[in-house]
Design a protein around this ligand. Structure first.
Ligand code: ADP
Length: 229
């Protein structure tokens, strides 16, 4: 099967001379369609940097990122932002919902930018909010939802735009342990039932257990790449 994402000799450096930090160094990974991958490693190991680079939110100092066979490291400006919008779904630690929009409107927003028709947008919003267990809460504003519910809206929003891959940077960091594992179980269900490819970072052992591939990074390097069934 064709890879969704491939990194080739990926590197990102900060500072120079004595203060040079190789946040990522010579990272080569291939993410296959349908994988449910956790990037794991201690704080400061390079997890966020890796997700930012593979999502086209940051530019590498060395190497490249291929997404759907396109070299995103060569894109810039409008081309990169259109490509990101159409191919990548993001879930952040801090949910990043728009506070003045309802749950349904937050889900709809990216599809609006994609030029999807009103009828199709509405159908997908209701379907996705139902899939993440938020039926009946479509008209709530973010501050009328719990943290776990807000993160479910973020998952529904990412899924609704039908990206090739969803990237989640510590998606459970602000949730209590039970809410966090419930959210991961739900993402895993979406992965199994819809074949959506997920890559997330975490340092929570309970969440690592749920991944079928673990990529361990330390000091910016991949030290172990473990596939499990
Ligand atoms: P993690 O997500 O695993 O906690 P990060 O990717 O955030 O790790 O950071 C990796 C390394 O790169 C750390 O040493 C961090 O201090 C450094 N780093 C990340 N972003 C910057 C930045 N904007 N400026 C300087 N150093 C940075």
């Amino acid at each position: 099967m064709k890879a969704v994402i491939e990194t080739r000799n990926l590197g990102r450096f900060y500072g120079e001379g004595d203060t040079l930090v190789k946040a990522l160094d010579q990272v080569n990974i291939v993410i296959e369609p349908g994988e449910f991958t956790a990037i794991v490693g201690p704080s400061g190991s390079g997890k966020s940097t890796l997700l930012q680079l593979i999502g086209g939110l940051d530019i590498p100092d060395e190497g490249k990122v291929l997404l759907a066979d396109k070299n995103i490291s060569d894109m810039s400006g409008q081309e990169l932002s259109d490509f990101r919008r159409d191919h990548i779904g993001f879930i952040f630690q801090a949910y990043n919902l728009i506070p003045v929009l309802t749950a349904a409107e937050n889900c709809e927003y990216i599809m609006l930018l994609q030029g999807i028709s009103a009828g199709e947008r509405k159908a997908r919003v209701y379907q996705m909010l139902q899939r993440v267990g938020l039926e009946g809460k479509e008209t709530r504003l973010p501050n009328q939802l719990s943290g776990g519910q807000q993160q479910r809206v973020a998952v529904a929003r990412a899924m609704a735009s039908r990206p090739d891959i969803i990237l989640a940077d510590e998606p459970t960091a602000n949730l209590d342990s039970k809410t966090g594992t419930d959210l991961l179980d739900m993402m895993h269900e979406l992965n199994k039932n819809e074949g959506m490819t997920f890559v997330f970072s975490t340092h929570d052992p309970k969440i690592m257990e749920r991944a079928n591939r673990l990529i361990h990074i330390e000091d910016g390097k991949v030290i172990e790449d473990e596939r499990r069934n």
